[in-house]
Write a protein that binds this ligand. Sequence first.
Ligand code: KIV
Ligand code: NA
Length: 265
Amino acid sequence: IKKVTTHQLQEMKNRGEKIAMLTAYDYSMARILDGAGIDVLLVGDSASNVMAGNETTLPITLDQMIYHASSVVKAVERAFVVVDIPFGSYQGNSSEALRSAIRIMKESGAHAVKMEGGSEIKESVIRILSAGVPVMGHLGLTPQSIYKFGTYTVRAREEEEAQKLLEDAKLLEECGCFSIVLEKIPADLAKKVAEAVSIPIIGIGAGADVDGQVLVMQDMLGITKEFKPRFLRRYADLYTVVTDAVSHYIEDVKAKDFPNQEEKY
Ligand code: KIV
Ligand code: NA
């Protein structure tokens, strides 16, 4: 199997082939997603929400991200694996940023890191890139800054914020980032960004006129039930599938139907 590389992702943009990306946090799921042919797996700090049950992405630690990432890397034969550097492990200190990126690459075997922000984190981005580690940017709604925003609503609706986002995207491209995630911004702005830079733009809640899409795996599989933003398309209802299977199992155990004659030694 031919592994996905940053070079191939760039070629996909160049020839207009869309990039399909999903999050993954564990070995078993990552095997399924990789086997299904996903291009990029993101070990997102959304693990803080969907795996650990925290309200925000802020509490997850670098050690916890490395644990998730190494589980995913072991499962993957083809996909390109990107890992979020968690809150508090890069902001405002480029040598700490570099140290965090190197720990992720060394201890998990992942292929790239992702960081939230533009001009604010320029030095860290440049320093990590200089060490030969590919960096994916992340602009728009950046959940690590949720307490600055105050809400999870659409970002960059106003001209000033839209202009800064466009400038940040160009800056990240100039620094040498191989791709940028745009989260929850107007589709027109996302289109403008995807046209203004030559690197692949991956959207989540950013419309169709970008170079690829990403969703949180638990959301698109219908494992999470309450989270229903407009951009989310559910491809399965695993909440119901699992509930039905577990109810059936409980019934069988209580009814002494499981295990049967063939299921024992
Ligand atoms: O952590 C995450 O899942 C993400 C995606 C939503 C892009 O950063
Ligand atoms: Na994230």
